[in-house]
Design a protein around this ligand. Structure first.
Ligand code: GDP
Ligand code: MG
Length: 436
């Protein structure tokens, strides 16, 4: 990743600025990337609007490395949207009660085991797993298998058809057996239905958990947002667990869910094994959603367009006789980026010949730049202002000689004259001048 970034930024070095048009163009691409990653359309649109305001507000237009800044703004904003810093879970309460909610197949049972294992090894806790999915005997068995695997006790009641009572009994059991964490695994349905919502709501009311987690399969994309909303309306849950982020799912659902329910994403599941659990880090997810390489190349593409647009603007300026040293500086930057003066001149019809003997190396550029940087903005836009005393000041400021300043002025005048002629359809006149 950082390789790609370096390379892209190397390419971007030397560019002047990104225009408003290019910012918009880049963001259109970012929006497309977000939609590809399953981010809700409205959110993607809103996101790009915010980023655009920030980019223009921070004067991306005038920074030395607009590409880098642009990537940073996009990433920061995305990170912010997903919750800023990573948030842990609330471990208060004796015992701490954690309730799992979510649709069937989202990964509740698997995650219950993962979390128990995580708390046991990382936080030296003594968890108890509780089987409240009473509808499928296989589900209870599944939790027992998980518990055995990680060496955590599983509480279940055969024959008891009341999940509220089971969860309450489990907490009592935990208290009298020294468990300081109780993880309640519940039943889910394939889609949101009233019975399921009532049941989870009743359990929630009865056991008053410190943490209610909403578990969601990150591959479900947009549906996940609606499901999250329904569960949140009823449970007002504390956090989200995104499972199945081990494939090539980009995880855009994370962004959408966070935006819609405004609850932190706390953990991610990255595989079927008990160890495949991670604390959720918004900045890492931002990288994942954007696929950093992509964004950098988007910025590059915008930069190319920027060049074209600059060229158009330049033509206008020349036509209006407004070509100044700032434009000259921009031209130099372009040339430096391309690395070869002759290549550039070759692109201007007829000009290659005129300059074919001029040998401009990097040092020459540096000197020229130093001189121009020592000019005031007024002097740059109106080179006619440069009288003897100003030239002297500039020479001193840039550490160059008066002769060099004069030489640059001469070159500049020639260049603008030449450009003016090419513009005004004076191609023939110019050819005569060059040959003469
Ligand atoms: P529940 O119905 O909500 O309890 O879901 P389960 O825990 O039974 O998980 C459903 C399926 O998803 C199982 O086959 C799990 O092995 C699988 N699963 C759960 N979490 C992950 C994960 O993070 N990555 C992958 N690849 N599979 C997962
Ligand atoms: Mg289950």
């Amino acid at each position: 990743l950082s390789d790609k970034l370096d390379k892209a930024l190397h390419v971007l070095k030397g560019h002047g600025s990104i225009t408003e048009v290019n910012v918009a163009e880049t963001l259109k691409e970012v929006r497309r990337a977000l939609l590809d990653a399953d981010v809700n359309f409205k959110i993607a649109k809103q996101f790009t609007t915010t980023v655009k305001e920030k980019a223009l507000g921070q004067n991306v237009l005038t920074t030395l490395q607009p590409g880098q800044l642009m990537v940073k703004i996009v990433k920061d904003e995305l990170t912010q949207l997903m919750g800023g810093d990573a948030e842990g879970i609330n471990l208060s309460g004796t015992p701490t009660v954690i309730l799992m909610s979510g649709l069937q197949g989202s990964g509740k049972t698997t995650f219950s085991g993962k979390l128990a294992n995580y708390l046991k090894t990382k936080k030296t806790k003594k968890p108890l797993l509780v089987a409240c999915d009473i509808y499928r005997p296989a589900a209870i068995n599944q939790l027992h298998v998980v518990g055995e695997q990680i060496g955590v006790e599983v509480y279940s009641e055969e024959g008891n058809q009341d999940p509220v009572a089971i969860s309450q009994n489990a907490i009592k059991h935990a208290k009298s057996n020294g468990h300081n964490i109780v993880i309640v695994d519940t039943a889910g349905r394939l889609a949101v239905d009233e019975e399921m919502m009532n049941e989870i709501s009743n359990i929630h009311k009865a056991i008053q958990p410190q943490e209610t987690l909403f578990v969601v399969d990150s591959m479900t994309g947009q549906d996940a947002v609606n499901t999250a909303k329904t569960f949140n309306d009823i449970l007002n849950f504390d956090g989200v667990v995104l499972t199945k982020l081990d494939g090539d799912t980009r995880g855009g659902a994370a962004l959408s869910i966070k935006s819609v329910v405004n609850k932190p994403i706390k953990f991610i599941g990255t595989g079927e094994k008990m160890e495949a659990i991670d604390v959720f880090y918004p900045d890492r997810m931002a990288d994942r959603i954007l696929g950093m390489g992509d964004v950098v190349s988007l910025v590059e593409r915008a930069q190319e367009q920027f060049d074209e647009e600059e060229a158009r603007k330049l033509q206008k300026k020349i036509a209006k006789n407004q070509f100044g040293f700032d434009d000259f500086l921009k031209q130099i930057n372009q040339v430096k980026k391309m690395g070869n003066m002759k290549d550039l001149m070759g692109m201007i019809p007829g000009a290659g010949k005129a300059l074919k003997d001029v040998d401009i190396d990097d040092d020459a550029f540096k000197h020229v730049e130093a001189i121009i940087h020592s000019m005031t903005p007024a002097e740059r836009t109106k080179p006619a202002l440069l009288d003897a005393s100003r030239k002297k000041r500039i020479a001193k400021g840039s550490g160059r000689t008066i002769q060099e300043v004069n030489q640059l002025l001469k070159q500049f005048n020639q260049m603008s004259k030449m450009m003016k002629m090419m513009q005004g359809g004076g191609g023939r006149k110019m050819m005569q001048m060059m040959q003469g």
